[in-house]
Design a protein around this ligand. Structure first.
Ligand code: GUN
Ligand code: FE
Length: 430
């Protein structure tokens, strides 16, 4: 097959040493790992007992896509009309999430959510569950059953929301502790400490979140930051001693290399410096930011500033409007264009794979096709639809093929998906 993976950020479309591309490539898997990748003739020599050869000529094999921020309990929130962030949360999202106190509902939606991720070529997601411990149990059980490498956490929220989605500082701490003990490091599961955002967590609860981070420094922490002007104003009213929104999280010890901050649209220079200095990650959620009218994430400014930000990209389902990371990067391209900049197709596909793996600090396992890494692979067909096939007639280069996949592609362009070496998209259809 044709294989593509990245070594580093590609400066231009001619920066060939930034990626590994084999026109006549081979990929060998043993159980859940990649044992060889490279030129077919070389790889072919290594075929032996117990090794599976992956070949999907003429399609493209890439590391599975990574979605750095999504809400699994919001599958029935997508396409909720007419509101900006705070009204959208109060009117649609919080009521919907109350349903996840029912464990059976959580199990059903977790199954459908991970089906949808896999169908779209996403093999790893950093997911928010609901406030209910049962919802995280359901998510992890489903993820573990599929042998997916996912990151997830029970949302911590103890105020400014309906009774049915509230915990307390102590119950959030206790439930998180129990979930960490049960799920973190079980198979491929990763727990993320997940205070929803400053508005829905009391100071006492953010204190607890900070305590969890100190007690488990290897865990991810995920939350929302600087998404919407009304959100920022309310946050500063609730935390009057904070110098800015980022300072709220800083005060409770929530910044760091494993910390994922959704949105980060309206950051001041000081806030961006604070994120940069701590190695914190800003998560770009273009479809969500457009849908909720939140603003334009300035990807190139953050990347190029003197103190650059680590950046990941994500769907933010269900503020986000599509499960596909191809659709997401297409909208991301347009957001960046509105800031007067461009993202080239190699940069996009770097971001979707290795870039997001680096941002999540799991590039040793996923995001590349390196020997020894986990066999999470997506197979892409740039001729998946009649319109794509026609457009491909005039696309001569790999850069054009990638850009076409991003611009017109969706789940139809995903021919197969391997999760830990298993053909998961085909399995699902059967
Ligand atoms: N801020 C706090 N909660 C949420 C959420 O569920 N979605 C988005 N987009 N922003 C949030
Ligand atoms: Fe979100």
């Amino acid at each position: 097959g044709r294989t593509l993976s990245f070594l580093r950020w590609p400066e231009t479309v001619d920066d060939h040493s930034a990626w590994l591309y084999e026109d006549d490539g081979g990929l060998l898997l043993r159980d859940d790992r990649i044992v060889a990748a490279g030129a077919y003739a070389e790889v072919e020599k290594k075929v032996d007992e117990g090794v599976k050869k992956i070949d999907h000529r003429p399609h493209l094999l890439l590391p599975g896509f990574i979605d750095a921020h999504a809400h699994f309990p919001q599958m029935q929130v997508i396409a909720s009309y007419g509101a900006e962030l705070l009204d959208w949360l109060n009117t649609y999202t919080f009521p919907e999430e109350t349903k996840f106190q029912n464990a059976q509902h959580g199990r059903r939606v977790a199954r459908l959510f991970l089906d949808e991720m896999v169908r779209h070529g996403t093999t790893t997601v950093a997911a928010y569950c609901s406030v209910h411990k049962e919802s995280a149990e359901a998510f992890f059980a489903e993820s573990h059953h599929r042998n997916m490498l996912n990151i997830a956490g029970k949302v911590m929220m103890d105020r400014h929301a309906p009774e049915g989605v509230l915990d307390t500082p102590q119950s959030a701490y206790d439930d998180s502790k129990a979930l960490i003990a049960e799920w973190h490091g079980k198979g491929r599961q990763h727990y993320a400490i997940t205070p929803r955002f400053a508005i829905t967590s009391s100071p006492e609860q953010l204190e607890m979140a900070g305590a969890l981070c100190r007690e488990h420094p290897d865990l991810h922490m995920q939350t929302h930051l600087s998404e919407n002007h009304a959100e920022i104003a309310f946050t500063l009213q609730l935390y009057p001693q904070a110098s800015d929104y980022t300072d709220v999280y800083e005060h409770y010890g929530l910044l760091g290399r494993k910390s994922l901050f959704g949105h980060c649209i309206h950051l001041s220079e000081r806030e961006a410096d604070a994120l940069s200095e701590t190695g914190s990650v800003a998560v770009f959620c273009p479809t969500s930011n457009l849908f909720l009218g939140s603003g334009l994430f300035d990807y190139q400014r953050y990347r190029r500033r003197e103190k650059p930000l680590r950046i990941a990209t994500a769907t933010d389902v269900g503020g986000g409007t599509n499960y596909s990371m191809l659709r997401t990067m297409d909208e991301g391209y347009k957001v960046i264009a509105l800031n007067g900049e461009k993202l080239n197709p190699f940069q996009s596909f770097w971001q979707l794979t290795r870039g997001n793996a680096e941002a999540l600090s799991i590039v040793e396992r996923i995001g590349t096709l390196d020997r020894g890494s986990d066999a999470d692979i997506v197979v892409l067909d740039a001729r998946a639809t009649p319109a794509m096939r026609l457009r491909m007639e005039t696309a001569d280069t790999l850069a054009e093929e990638l850009f076409l996949l991003q611009t017109l592609g969706d789940d139809r362009a995903v021919r197969e998906v391997y999760v830990a070496g298993r053909a998961a998209k085909t399995d699902m259809a059967v």
